[in-house]
Design a protein around this ligand. Structure first.
Ligand code: GTP
Ligand code: MG
Length: 218
């Protein structure tokens, strides 16, 4: 009575692993204001990167089903250091400050940019970067600059659209196709774009499943 296709069984298993992973206890480890403050760990790590206000902290809260694990805000520039969270014994989640926040001082922008790039280029345990893109805006100059840096550093990254609840389906499809064409030219980019809404809890299960592949699950 075992006539399910192999691929289907595999994806059901991954779905289950994703659910299990994010049901584990999630704890705040530490915050780093400069690269020297980044904690030493030997667990695989995933980083949430993107423009200021794109929804990085909200996505971490949606994934872990915690309302305020990562602090979110209506005003851009909320997260000012890299915050590290651990899904007990399996995976580290890194919440990065956003780039492109025009109202920060020049010194602050310089410090954040340095921190983000030092971290992205120098972190051996970093298995995947989730590069968050507001579904209303699509991929823009600064995002492409980050993608080029990740290509050069050979860090695998995946585009995650956020705030998909704010765009109509047809526009979302158009934006996805445009972005898919663009990322095909980038060597370290994962070909699949994940469409999410933290408020409507959409795409969250898919992202959990993706991240279960890189987590340390025995
Ligand atoms: P910085 O830390 O400042 O870089 O911002 P961030 O990328 O961590 O964004 P944050 O999660 O703080 O969210 C910014 C704003 O967007 C908040 O007002 C959130 O409520 C809102 N937001 C986040 N995700 C979604 C979403 O999926 N849909 C909608 N409609 N709003 C969202
Ligand atoms: Mg944040």
């Amino acid at each position: 009575m075992n006539d399910e296709p192999e691929a289907f069984k595999l994806s059901a298993k991954l779905l289950e692993r994703g659910r299990w992973l994010f049901a584990q206890k999630c704890i705040f480890i530490s915050g780093a204001a400069d690269y020297g403050g980044v904690p030493e760990t030997d667990l695989p790590e995933v980083a949430f990167v993107g423009r200021s206000n794109v929804g990085k902290s909200s996505l971490i809260n949606a994934l872990t089903e915690r309302k305020a694990l990562a602090r979110t805000s209506n005003t851009p520039g909320r997260t000012q250091q890299i915050n590290f969270f651990e899904l007990k014994g399996a995976l580290i989640l890194a919440d990065l400050p956003g780039y492109g926040y025009a109202r920060a001082s020049k010194t602050e922008i310089r410090r954040w940019t340095r921190l983000i790039f030092d971290y992205l280029r120098g972190r051996p345990s970093l298995r995947r970067v989730c590069l968050l893109i507001d579904a209303r805006r699509g991929l823009k100059g600064k995002d492409i600059e980050v993608m080029k840096n990740l290509d050069e550093a050979a860090v695998s990254y995946q585009i995650v659209f956020t705030k998909c609840d704010k765009v109509k389906l047809a526009a979302l499809e158009r934006r996805t196709n445009e972005s898919a064409k663009l990322i095909a030219k980038h060597v370290a980019a994962h070909p699949m774009i994940i469409k999410t809404s933290s408020t409507k809890k959409e795409g969250i299960e898919t992202l959990r499943t993706e991240l279960a592949i890189i987590a340390d699950i025995r």
